[in-house]
Write a protein that binds this ligand. Structure first.
Ligand SMILES: [Zn+2]
Ligand SMILES: [Zn+2]
Length: 212
């Protein structure tokens, strides 16, 4: 498996967003998670590996995670996948915060509506959808043995904001405690912002939290 990270600061955001490109380098199939505006760089990496982009997976419908969506969709045939509860984040500015963050609203329909335990297949690689509401109601993480793409649900030493439309603090803690912290200790966590971490290094924070 080839896994590349591209970081870009989107609009008025202070921190950069992590866009991940996953390639099965034997079967030459690819997936992009949360496309940034630098679509040329995404496509260069996929083309360099002679792969075909099958899926564009959106961890949740916020502007900083969909900034390159429209442009990448215009030049390739990949299917857009998002949890059904965050679909309106691809078009509704009150939900996706495009105006506030200062990017064009993609106003686009997804091809695939994701549900808990759906499996996204990229060549011989399999990624299980974990529905982790809290940052938004339709936030997802993607798990494959040893790796977790955690969107804006779990960061290194922090959880995602819960002061945004459809956010819910008890829900994000419940998602992290009951759906992510049950994964193997040595799972490498690739978040939507900031640096990579290892699940066991995050566990102590959540084990020490008082019940809400
Ligand atoms: Zn977000
Ligand atoms: Zn974000």
């Amino acid at each position: 498996m080839v896994l590349k990270t591209i970081k870009q600061r989107i609009g008025t955001m202070q921190m950069s967003t992590n866009c991940y490109i996953v390639i099965d380098n034997i079967q030459k199939r690819a997936m992009v998670i949360d496309p940034i505006q630098n679509v040329k760089k995404i496509l260069d990496i996929i083309n360099y590996n002679s792969a075909v982009l099958d899926y564009i997976v959106i961890t949740h419908g916020h502007a900083d995670h969909i900034a390159g969506l429209k442009n990448i969709k215009e030049v390739c045939d990949a299917k857009i996948c998002i949890h059904r509860l965050d679909v309106d984040g691809l078009s509704n500015q009150d939900k996706n915060l495009c105006e506030i963050i200062g990017i064009d609203n993609p106003n686009i329909e997804p091809e695939v509506l994701l549900e808990e335990n759906d499996v996204i297949t990229v060549g011989s690689l399999r990624f299980r959808v974990i529905h982790t509401p809290g940052h938004t109601e339709g936030s997802i993480c993607l798990y494959s043995e040893g790796i977790l793409f955690s969107g804006d649900t779990l960061f290194k030493r922090a959880w995602g904001r819960t002061d945004l439309p459809s956010s819910n603090f008890p829900q994000i803690i419940d998602s992290i405690d009951n759906k992510l912290m049950i994964l193997p200790d040595d799972t490498i966590v690739y978040p939507g912002h900031g640096r990579v971490t290892v699940l066991k290094d995050e566990k102590k924070i959540y084990l020490n939290l008082e019940p809400y």
